[in-house]
Design a protein around this ligand. Structure first.
Ligand SMILES: [Zn+2]
Length: 330
């Protein structure tokens, strides 16, 4: 099978983008992800060109809003997704159930999963979590980098685990069918999520600290623990998590991280979380349309077709199908 045939027949699932942040900017700074090239990296035409079948759209309130109005900032982003979905004329579907996810196919409508990046937007309230769930939230990144009512992010520098509220959030996410995402969470918090969650968890966009010692990357012990619990780690294209300071970050250096994650976790527990529209990426990966480069690179490194399909998206699809609520659809 050619690389192209393999790529476009695979279920490609990308676990992190910040594109909705561009869609909520005021006035002429607003960007429309329905049109090719308006944002830095991701829009519907480039997703189609890159063969992406399902995308997690993170609702990150933005650094300035984390401490002032994070809930309304997150709601603005949810509404931006809904606006995009309505205008996409059936090309984009909101994934809320396992059945919604399993019905997606390469070349068909693209699935969008709504995520929160940082529990700040919950404002310390389980009621908020339930409301976000009703609005479609299915992936919860507990932390961004700082402290919130649930936990500490990687930049806080404490050994603290979850707060009592954080523990309640983990239990509620298990009950509702919201995936727990430990990227950005401090190591003690991530360990406690693993210990308390009755369901597999993910790290949506993190690389290997064995190759780049950065607080946002995962230690070998963390990688093994997430995999042992049935979860998946999304290798990220973000340059600053590939090489020191992002200097000379390339597709090759990114694939070194994928290799290491596969060595630690096994090929069934590794996926991809680009961080499109969140930060600088290596030139070969700086756009959703460039996704086939990953498949080319993995084939060149001797990966078997089935391992490549797993990394491209089957692994994330499997774990989300285990966690998302069943039944009904939209
Ligand atoms: Zn992030």
């Amino acid at each position: 099978m050619t690389a192209e045939a393999l790529h476009y027949s695979s279920f490609v699932f990308d676990a992190h983008c910040d594109t909705l942040g561009f869609a909520v900017q005021p006035g002429e700074n607003r960007r429309d992800p329905l049109q090719w090239g308006q944002t830095m990296h991701l829009d519907l035409p480039r997703m189609r060109a890159g063969g992406i079948c399902c995308q997690i759209f993170a609702c990150f309130p933005g650094q300035s809003r984390l401490l002032s109005g994070p809930c309304s900032a997150a709601l603005d982003r949810l509404e931006a997704f809904e606006d995009l979905r309505r205008r996409a004329g059936g090309e984009l579907i909101l994934v809320q159930t396992a059945e919604d996810l399993l019905a997606l196919q390469p070349g068909g409508p693209i699935g969008g999963i709504l995520g929160l990046e940082g529990a700040e937007a919950l404002e310390g309230s389980l009621t908020r979590l339930h409301t976000f769930f009703r609005l479609g939230l299915r992936n919860l990144g507990l932390a961004w980098n700082g402290r919130n009512a649930a936990c500490d992010g990687v930049e806080v520098g404490t050994q603290a685990g979850l707060t009592e509220f954080g523990r309640q959030v983990v239990a509620a996410c298990n009950d509702l069918g919201i995936m727990l995402d430990v990227s950005h969470l401090n190591p003690a918090g991530a360990a406690e999520v693993l210990e308390r969650s009755a369901r597999p968890i993910i790290a949506s966009h993190s690389n290997a600290s064995a190759l780049l010692d950065h607080p946002r990357n995962l230690t070998d012990a963390q990688i093994r623990a997430i995999a042992a619990a049935g979860g998946v780690i999304g290798a990220t294209f973000a340059s600053i998590f590939i090489t020191p300071g992002g200097e000379n970050a390339t597709l090759t250096r990114f694939l070194d991280h994928v290799d290491h994650l596969v060595q630690m976790a096994g090929p069934q527990h590794v996926g991809l979380g680009s961080d499109f529209d969140g930060t600088d990426l290596p030139p070969e990966l700086s756009g959703a349309d460039k996704y086939p480069q990953v498949t080319d690179g993995l084939l060149a490194r001797g990966y078997a077709d089935e391992a490549i399909r797993g990394i491209l998206g089957e692994n994330f699809r499997r774990v989300f199908a285990q966690v998302l609520p069943r039944g009904g659809g939209q």
